[in-house]
Design a protein around this ligand. Structure first.
Ligand code: C2O
Ligand code: CU
Ligand code: CU
Length: 583
């Protein structure tokens, strides 16, 4: 037997085992737990308490967990577009955390990224107006290096935003009756503890219950699916290839329903589906991850690494490359006022136009190391750097329309997420995106050794000091540094200084040539000064000798426009300011 066939013989056993496990669940469906439904929180003042708890994933196996307002996961937050809301997040964990409103268009201060740390036994209370379209978002911790562990422990919840356009459509929207939240995850339990060694994930959970059973009425039903896994992609479909309609993606409804039998949902992504169960009363059916059909290179497929190498333990995980059940449904009597047909049109999607782009920003992913193993496992760099909390990698002018181009020179596919905005996918490795991906998205699949381009606009929120994040949503990649920071700055707010030591004064303004004066508290000695143009490109680097916070630099001729000056002090603080150059 050669090596290759020996390996495939080894592969066969776990696959057969997975099929056997699925069959066992179908045959003994009475053993299935019921689908838990997260409670709903509404109103203008919402309290979330992140706490420790315990959960029984297997009968008689109690493991320590985290949850918001409970032992695992968190309530569904239901918001209306245009309303004001204050979200009070109290951290009772023995650890730092943050809470990020994934997908929502909020200011950097309210976004809950890694700079908005919530210390133990304190409360963070962002307050904002909901600007988003009707969509399915989610919330989860986002502390740098802490995300995978805290999400794995169970901290995550769904956010449903409603708006008037969606409300005018004849769509199922009775929560838990014909509008069902489904948080799809796999978990690794090692030695009685949830583990971030996600390669060992063997427990398939929906809303925290292992391959549960949901009761749904015999009519049109809406399923809001969120892939909340750390790494695993699900190639969604139903038993017997039952068709479904995709009606919405990460950031809103599609223009019209799209009939499909399969859909690839990567970590961080959401999709809203309709299934028509009219006349099916008394029947049952399952939602399946048809992961035998995933292309190699996506975590969850039969193979990652293109035969060069593979992740530790990958081939021993029975779920990889296998089809397995996520949950099953038992169809009950229709409700008194059922929805029985699927509207032909929803709301127009007006995508950004490539011709309106002010620039293209390029991001290239490479492994930090050069061994074949590191091509698959990471850490992965973006434009040659790992995440650094003190470096603003990009500076985006408020109001600009930009194409972000992601090139993946690694052996795994990455779901890339951008905070603040929703985008449209222009293309993937030069080909049009899939039909269901043509609406609003905040996560894009960038295939192994391939690329993707997205277009968006950075409106409404600018902050010269607090950045937004962009990152891979495979949580181990994110925690290991496959993340960068961008500032959105308002060219018209020049000269405004903010309280705090890190703000610098720059004069004369406007600047043309000669000496550019810098003054900031605390700095002394020789420090590097970096100038970036409005597109974030470095245009000047020099060393300046600071005396009691003051120094001058002599940049060579700068083109008219907006610039940022940045200095990293020896204590790791980033000092920054913006200035304008005029001829
Ligand atoms: Cu869902 Cu930056 O995260
Ligand atoms: Cu996000
Ligand atoms: Cu990644």
């Amino acid at each position: 037997m050669d090596l290759r066939s020996a390996r495939s013989a080894l592969l066969l056993f776990p696959r057969l085992f997975a099929v056997y496990v699925c069959l066992a669940f179908v045959l003994f469906s009475s053993a299935q737990p019921p689908l838990p439904i997260p409670p709903v929180l509404t109103g203008t003042d919402i309290q979330l308490t992140l706490q420790e708890g315990t959960w029984e994933f297997h009968p008689d196996e109690v493991v320590p967990t985290y949850g918001y307002n409970g032992d695992l996961l968190g309530p569904t937050i239901m918001l209306d577009q245009g309303q004001a809301v204050t979200l009070n997040v109290t951290n009772t964990l023995p650890d730092l955390t943050t809470t990020h409103w994934h997908g929502m268009h909020v200011s950097p201060m309210n976004d809950g990224g890694p700079h908005s740390l919530i210390y133990p036994n304190t409360t963070w209370s962002p307050s904002f107006t909901v600007l988003d379209r009707a969509s399915t978002f989610w919330y989860h911790p986002h502390g740098h290096g802490l995300t995978d562990y805290q999400v794995t422990m169970g901290a995550a919840g769904m956010i449903i935003v409603r708006d008037a356009l969606e409300a005018a459509l004849v769509l199922p929207r009775t929560y838990a009756i014909d509008d069902i939240p489904l948080i799809l995850q796999t978990k690794a339990i090692v030695g009685g503890m949830l583990s971030v060694h996600t390669g060992l994930d063997s427990v398939v959970v929906v809303n925290g219950a292992r391959q549960p059973l949901a009761e749904v009425p015999a009519q049109v039903v809406r399923l809001r699916c969120l892939n909340g896994s750390s790494e695993r992609t699900f190639h969604l479909g139903f038993e017997n290839d039952m068709p479904f309609h995709v009606i919405g993606t990460d950031g809103g409804l599609l223009a019209a329903p799209l009939p499909k039998t399969r859909l690839r949902l990567m970590p961080g992504e959401r999709v809203e589906l309709l299934v028509d169960l009219s006349g099916m009363q008394g029947g049952t059916f399952s939602m399946i991850a048809f992961n035998s059909e995933l292309p190699n290179g996506i975590i969850g497929a039969a193979e990652v690494g293109n035969g060069m190498a593979t992740l530790d333990g990958y081939n021993d995980n029975a779920l990889n490359g296998a089809d397995f059940q996520l949950l099953s449904f038992s169809v009950t009597a229709p409700t008194s006022d059922p929805i029985t047909s699927i509207p032909a049109e929803f709301v127009p999607v007006l995508p950004y136009n490539e011709a309106d782009a002010d620039l293209t920003r390029s991001f290239t992913f490479t492994p930090e190391g050069t061994m074949p193993m590191e091509m698959i496992e990471g850490p992965f760099e973006i434009n040659g750097a790992l995440m650094d909390m003190d470096v603003f990698n990009e500076v985006v002018p408020l109001g600009s329309t930009e194409i972000w181009e992601f090139t993946n020179n690694t052996m795994v596919g990455h779901p890339i997420h951008i905070h603040d905005i929703q985008f449209n996918i222009l293309d993937r490795s030069g080909m049009p995106p899939e039909d269901w991906e043509t609406g609003w998205k905040d996560v894009v699949y960038v295939p192994s050794m391939g690329s993707a381009r997205v277009i968006t606009r950075f409106d409404d929120f600018a902050d010269p000091e607090m950045p937004y994040m962009y990152h891979c949503h495979l949580l181990m990649h994110e925690d290991e540094g496959m993340m960068g920071q961008f500032l959105v700055i308002d060219p018209n707010a020049i000269g405004e200084t903010k309280a705090g030591q890190r703000t610098m004064h720059v004069w004369p303004q406007p600047f043309s040539n000669g000496r550019l004066n810098l003054r900031t508290a605390l700095l002394n000695g020789n420090l590097n000064v970096v100038l970036r143009d409005a597109f974030g490109r470095i245009v000047h680097v020099s060393t300046a000798n600071f005396t009691e916070g003051s120094a001058g630099i002599y940049p060579s001729q700068l083109a008219p426009g907006l610039y940022a000056v940045q200095i990293l002090s020896r204590d790791g603080q980033l000092h920054s300011a913006t200035f304008i150059v005029q001829p």
